[in-house]
Design a protein around this ligand. Structure first.
Ligand SMILES: CCCCCCCCCCCC(=O)SCCNC(=O)CCNC(=O)[C@H](O)C(C)(C)COP(=O)(O)OP(=O)(O)OC[C@H]1O[C@@H](n2cnc3c(N)ncnc32)[C@H](O)[C@@H]1OP(=O)(O)O
Length: 208
């Protein structure tokens, strides 16, 4: 499968899984995008006290409004908008999938200011998060038994720049019984920036 197939919009959540009919929520997706922008703007801002106070009031009003609509995980919308970059959640960096063949994936990601560590570098934990999520999706690709991360090793080769389109790839390197080994790499247009090796263990029936 590739972007040219015209189904790329279905890749962004759980690699190739289709959105269950009736569960699309474009207004919620828009809200998630707004929260992502808020995270970036908030992190980068130095507002005067009156604006900080006004902003806090506004957000507290929003928190109160949403408090009446809390649901359990099975009914959650966040993270389940299959067609949306970011999947309608605001935690995992916004990955845009380009190709996926069942065992390997190529994608693009750009880290906003929210993911700043220090000195202009993306936070190392955000890189681990990116790899855990993408490698985990490869391990859990459609048709594969469900697995969880048992081990994730990340090598940081170069400082990872903010607000720069980067390429991230992942592929299954081998499967040994219940153990699925998935490798990943993050690159700029010039350099290898980080590499990862993940071990995902396929769950037993009583671990689902
Ligand atoms: C719709 C869905 C989409 C899903 C799409 C998902 C995308 C998002 C992905 C996010 C994924 C996550 O973050 S998941 C959340 C973070 N991870 C977790 O919460 C997992 C917590 N840990 C566990 O639940 C457990 O430790 C398991 C299930 C991973 C393994 O426990 P177990 O079932 O008892 O298995 P166990 O016998 O210990 O190990 C099996 C084999 O793996 C090896 N092994 C186990 N752990 C390790 C380890 N850390 N390092 C090396 N090797 C290990 C053992 O030596 C053994 O090898 P041998 O003797 O057979 O050779």
């Amino acid at each position: 499968m590739s972007a040219a197939d015209g189904v790329r919009e279905h890749y962004n959540l759980w690699l190739g899984r289709r959105q269950p009919p009736g569960t699309e929520d474009p207004d919620f997706t828009r809200l998630a995008d707004a929260v992502r922008r808020l995270q970036d703007q908030f992190t980068a801002s130095r507002p005067p006290p009156a604006l900080a106070a006004h902003s806090a009031d506004t957000i507290e009003d929003l928190v109160a409004a949403l408090a009446g609509y809390q649901v359990g995980e099975p009914d959650q919308v966040a993270g389940r908008q299959f067609a949306a970059v970011g999947r309608g959640q605001t935690f995992v960096p916004p990955v845009e999938i380009d190709t996926f063949d069942g065992d390997s994936v190529t994608a693009r990601v750009s880290f906003g200011r929210f993911y700043l560590g220090s000195n202009g570098a993306v936070h190392g934990g955000a890189i681990s998060l990116l790899f855990d999520d993408l490698l985990g999706q490869v391990a859990n690709a459609p048709g594969k038994p469900r697995s969880r991360t048992a081990s994730l090793s990340v090598d940081y080769r170069r400082v990872i720049p903010l607000e720069t389109e980067l390429t991230v790839t992942a592929h299954t390197s081998r499967v040994e019984g219940r153990k699925v080994f998935v490798s990943g790499a993050l690159r700029s247009d010039r350099h290898l920036l980080a590499e990862a090796e993940g071990l995902f263990v396929r769950l037993l029936a009583d671990q689902q």
